[in-house]
Design a protein around this ligand. Structure first.
Ligand SMILES: [Zn+2]
Length: 97
């Protein structure tokens, strides 16, 4: 697919915005340099998963798949284990990332 141009960042950012406005809770622009890649709590906005490139790191605000700040569960397959046993700042691959 070398003949296909990359999707413009503005188009990706617009898609993220549309998703959030439609009520999707965990939309992020993956693989966009300098983009908004983090997963934030849908309840309080706390950053739960930081992404840089292909690396995903659970923050200390994510424990057993829930936000430590407000207790809201983060929806997603396998997220109950994400951040449950690993210390903060330990790179993990998140499901679906
Ligand atoms: Zn929260």
């Amino acid at each position: 697919m070398t003949d296909v141009r990359p999707t413009p960042v503005a188009t990706i950012e617009r898609a993220v915005s549309i998703g959030r406005e439609a009520g999707l809770r965990h939309v992020y622009a993956g693989n966009v340099s300098g983009g908004d890649d983090d997963t934030r709590c849908a309840g309080c906005g706390t950053t739960l998963i930081r992404r840089r490139g292909y690396a995903a790191v659970a923050t200390t605000a994510l424990a057993a798949g829930s936000c430590v700040s407000c207790g809201r569960s983060l929806a997603g397959v396998g997220l109950a284990d994400f951040g449950a046993s690993a210390p903060a700042a330990t790179p993990q691959r998140g499901p679906g990332t």
